[in-house]
Design a protein around this ligand. Structure first.
Ligand code: FA5
Ligand code: MG
Length: 476
């Protein structure tokens, strides 16, 4: 991607960059025709206008009429809910999953090749309504995922999608009945080696007719897939049960739901097996996978899949039989189907042995040159630079709250990719003033070079200033 047209965003200026646009773009190598723009050089100019300092929520409230964020050519008014930051918005045009040499691009293509006949889609703009992201999928009004501490709001009704499932109904309405969708997703989160505020998910879904002939065909397909897996080097532990805590849905014939669950499990086990057996330097140990019961507002029964890798169980994906209301809203009341959503970085970290989630955003040729399309190879760390710890302590004014995720967003905005992790190391309330004292420890460590103490001190001072400006905290 060309970055020559990208200005460094500043807190109070206008930021200009390029962003590919479009609704459903379909990738190469899939059953449906249509291609994405080959590169962002073909792309459309996008302007982000933040005319007030982003941390000054009070100003947003008072000056809503002359402030806006423009993403994908579309202007969105900001309001007191707005919490998107330049550090987040500048990631939107990156589309790492479309780069064939990037580990995320490699993962995407390999997974897509496991699902023959599926439409392979992406929706470049991550801007969705709260209705699409939450309501349509049955999230209750008090679901914690809706909170401003967890989700990036552009304004009260508009968010950066927190999961690829936000597009499920839209895609079904377009007429796709078996599809995969790769998407960048955004969650306000802590800073550590396996959490990123911007990461990538691939969702997939398939639905079936429920007449006898279709269900017989599904049973035959399941038997065929089951035989294939039985001869593979994979140990699947599945003690999940369907029951009151994870039921078939009213209105589904249990036999039909059972066949759909069977088809979903076979399809996903086969995909996981295909991926793990692509590892070039993989040993001959059988892959161990386990299924556990889970809960999602939009599926029942629901499951999570974990794979045992390098000594621990790693959550790979969530899935389940789609709630019938999803298919009803999609204009498909007579169908029944399954859906899943997996985290591409988590899977790639394990398969390529990539130790830090920040590396996926690296432009360092020592990182990027290590990968080959279609191949899963072990990442060779080029260097580990020394950490530099800095503490920041402050008093939070009475009646104000500085959530950990608020603090992390300030750090991200100022220090960008130079922070490996952030830990809260102390917190207490002063008995007389009722002010809260908080201390965070920031671990600065670049993935590409050594940082000087002087440089880190400067960044640390900027973090402190930003905290004072945004939250009116008193530094200690
Ligand atoms: C979901 O997002 C559901 N939409 C998945 C789904 C789709 C369920 C369709 C049923 C039907 P969850 O929040 O568990 O579920 O995220 C899915 C995966 O994303 C996780 O298994 C994990 O691999 C990955 N993930 C979640 N949070 C992060 C993060 N902060 N950084 C990196 N990967 C993450
Ligand atoms: Mg989960």
């Amino acid at each position: 991607m060309s970055t020559s047209d990208k200005e460094e965003p500043s807190s109070s200026s206008s930021v200009t960059f390029r962003l590919t646009l479009g609704r459903f773009a379909e990738g190469p190598g899939c059953s449906s025709s249509g291609m994405l723009p080959a590169s962002s050089d073909d792309a459309i100019l996008v302007v982000l206008c933040l005319f007030v300092p982003w941390w000054d929520r009070g100003s947003y409230k008072q000056r809503t009429s002359n402030t806006s964020v423009t993403i994908g050519g579309q202007e969105y008014p900001v309001d007191s809910w707005t919490n998107v930051t330049p550090a987040i918005v500048e990631k939107i045009p990156m589309q790492l999953y479309l780069k064939p040499h990037h580990p995320l691009g490699i993962m995407r293509s390999l997974i897509e090749s496991s699902f023959s006949g599926f439409s392979c889609l992406n929706v470049p703009s991550p801007v969705v309504s709260t209705h699409q992201n939450f309501d349509e999928l049955g999230f209750p009004p008090d679901h914690p995922g809706r909170s401003v501490t967890d989700t990036y709001y552009i304004n009260k009704e508009t968010v950066l999608r927190t999961h690829a499932s936000a597009h499920e109904i839209e895609i079904f309405k377009q007429g796709h009945d078996m599809w995969l969708l790769t998407a960048d997703v955004y969650r306000r989160d802590e800073i550590d080696s396996s959490h990123s505020p911007v990461f990538h998910q691939m969702d997939g879904a398939q639905h079936f007719a429920t007449d006898e002939a279709s269900m017989d065909a599904l049973q035959e397909e399941n038997e065929r897939l089951g035989k294939q897996l039985a001869s593979s080097n994979i140990i699947i532990v599945d003690n999940t049960k369907v029951g009151p805590t994870n039921p078939y849905q009213e209105g589904h014939q249990p036999k039909h739901a059972e066949l759909v669950v069977g088809n979903m499990k076979h399809s996903l086990n086969r995909m996981i097996y295909n991926l793990f057996s692509t590892r070039r330097d993989g040993n001959s140990e059988p892959l161990r996978v386990r299924w556990i019961e889970a809960y999602f507002p939009f599926t029942s029964p629901s499951y999570e899949v974990e794979a045992f890798f390098q000594g621990k169980w790693l959550e790979i994906l969530g899935c389940g039989v789609m709630k019938q209301r999803t298919l009803d809203f999609s204009g498909l009341p007579d169908r029944i189907g399954w859906a899943f959503g997996l985290g591409l970085e988590r899977l790639a970290m394990v398969l390529f042995s990539i130790p830090d989630i920040r590396l996926f955003w690296s432009n360092d040729p020592r990182f990027l040159s290590q990968f080959t399309p279609g191949e899963i190879t072990t990442f060779k760390p080029y260097s580990k630079y020394p950490p530099c710890y800095k503490d920041v302590s402050f008093w939070v004014p009475k009646h104000k709250i500085v959530h950990d995720n608020d603090f992390c967003d300030v750090v991200r905005d100022v220090a960008r990719n130079l922070v490996e992790d952030v830990k809260k190391i102390d917190e207490f309330v002063h008995p007389k003033t009722e002010q809260t004292s908080v201390c965070f420890r920031i671990n600065y460590r670049s993935m590409d070079r050594s940082l000087s103490n002087e440089e880190v001190n400067k960044i640390q001072a900027q973090v402190s200033n930003a905290l004072v400006e945004r939250f009116q905290v008193e530094l200690r």
